[in-house]
Design a protein around this ligand. Structure first.
Ligand code: PMP
Ligand code: GLN
Length: 397
């Protein structure tokens, strides 16, 4: 087997599957280890898919995506601070943001190219980049600076082989957003060194404070920026697999060629459901965003006085990082113990990169009362670990 597909991606969610198995056996387990909304897809979206199926919309679709859907995605992109000239021609519909990332990598990267990726990073990026023969070049997001990128570190990582910078904002796992000034700085680097900017914006609709900026609207960036997003998180549609790529026309032509041999167009009835999602009133999305915000606040409140763990409140999204450095354990060891002895599943920060080694990621995907209970268990587990570490470190009398 090729090693190009190997990476943390394959094993990162093992703990999640263990937690699910225990829950299925009737054990009291609070599962906070996956980013899957605990909401149902809004009914008008489901109805649109069912209607479409009943009308026999079951044949091959336009490989680039239905025109009506691409028009809505282009309008959405413009409304989210994207390039004002974006039209349906700049959009390709693919099976989820993950497929969009993979297809974009195949269309942009050659063997030996380098892609700069701030880490911690979403776990699939490594294998996505490596699958093309290109090499991920990790640049640390310093935890004690709120996991914000340092432009000097990014610039120092640029070599003649660098082809692209891959930025995920709002960010999984930290929930942090790039500031407009940081986007400007990164855009300047891309222009100066003639690089592509690949943007993963799947959480752009779940920003609690502030607005999303799309760097393709910055001067000289439209021809070198690719923005990837989906309905998975914004509309609780993870299982529908509907996402898209917005980028310059030559890249679109390439993506369509790739989609021809990989996908042959997304399911047309799911595209109809996606049209209904864009046409739906914003109430459902507003409710989900507000609920995640309240859950974030519930975690912050519950752990506020902890002397063992600290929270890093996210500005967006559905994840939160908990600083467990005081326990003295690796995050894999802490996550295992938390599940085995306290019935809470979280992901180890190490799964996302070395810079998150002192943190675990929890998902805000259970109600606030369950989250408070999970926090109490996290605190108990952390105190036990800290006590044991101190004991072990004590010099013998
Ligand atoms: N990028 C990031 C940062 C993610 O967290 C996820 C998972 N939702 C994806 C991409 C993949 O999204 P999708 O479900 O649309 O494929
Ligand atoms: N993006 C989600 C996460 O980070 C879910 C991905 C998955 O289930 N593979 O947990």
């Amino acid at each position: 087997l090729t090693q190009r597909i190997a990476g943390e991606g394959a094993s990162a969610w093992n703990i999640h599957f263990r937690a699910k198995a225990r829950q299925a056996r009737g054990e009291d387990v609070i599962i906070l280890s996956v980013g899957d909304p605990d909401f149902d897809t809004p009914p008008s979206i489901v109805d649109a898919a069912v209607d479409s199926l009943r009308r026999g919309v079951t044949h091959y679709a336009d490989v680039q995506g239905k025109q009506a859907l691409r028009e809505r995605i282009a309008a959405y992109h413009r409304a989210h601070g994207g390039q004002p000239e974006t039209s349906a021609d700049h959009v390709a519909v693919l099976a989820g943001a993950q497929c969009g990332l993979y297809a974009t990598a195949q269309c942009l990267l050659d063997p030996g190219d380098e892609v700069i990726i701030p880490e911690p990073a979403y776990v699939t990026y490594e294998a996505v980049v490596q699958s093309t023969g290109a090499v991920p070049v990790w640049v640390s997001l310093p935890p004690d600076e709120g996991f914000q990128p340092r432009p000097a570190d990014i610039e120092a990582a640029i070599t003649p082989r660098t082809k692209a910078i891959l930025i995920n904002s709002p960010h999984n796992p930290t929930g942090q957003c790039l500031t407009p000034a940081m986007w400007e700085t990164i855009a300047t680097l891309c222009r100066k060194h003639d690089l592509w900017l690949i943007v993963d914006a799947v959480y752009a609709d779940l920003i609690f404070d502030g607005e999303h900026l799309s760097p393709d609207s910055l001067p000289g960036m439209a021809e070198r920026t690719v923005v990837i997003s989906s309905l998975s998180k914004s509309h609780a549609m993870t299982g529908w697999r509907l996402g898209w790529v917005v980028g310059p026309r030559p890249l679109m032509a390439h993506l369509v060629n790739l989609a021809l041999c990989m996908l042959y167009g997304c399911q047309p009835f799911i595209q109809d459901a996606a049209i209904a999602a864009f046409d739906a009133p914003p109430a459902a999305l507003d409710m989900m965003r507000e609920t995640y915000r309240q859950r974030r606040d519930a975690v912050v409140d519950t752990l506020r006085d902890s002397e063992t763990v600290a929270t890093l409140p996210p500005a967006a999204g559905m994840f939160m990082m908990i600083d467990i450095r005081a326990t003295g354990l690796s995050t894999h060891a802490f996550a295992d113990r938390l599940l085995d002895e306290h019935g809470v599943s979280v992901l180890a920060g190490e799964a996302f990169g070395a810079s998150a080694a002192g943190f675990v990621r929890l998902s805000l995907t259970v109600d606030a009362d369950r989250l408070r209970e999970a926090c109490r268990r996290i605190e108990r587990c952390a105190q036990e670990c800290q006590g044991e570490s101190r004991l072990a470190a004590r010099p013998l009398d």
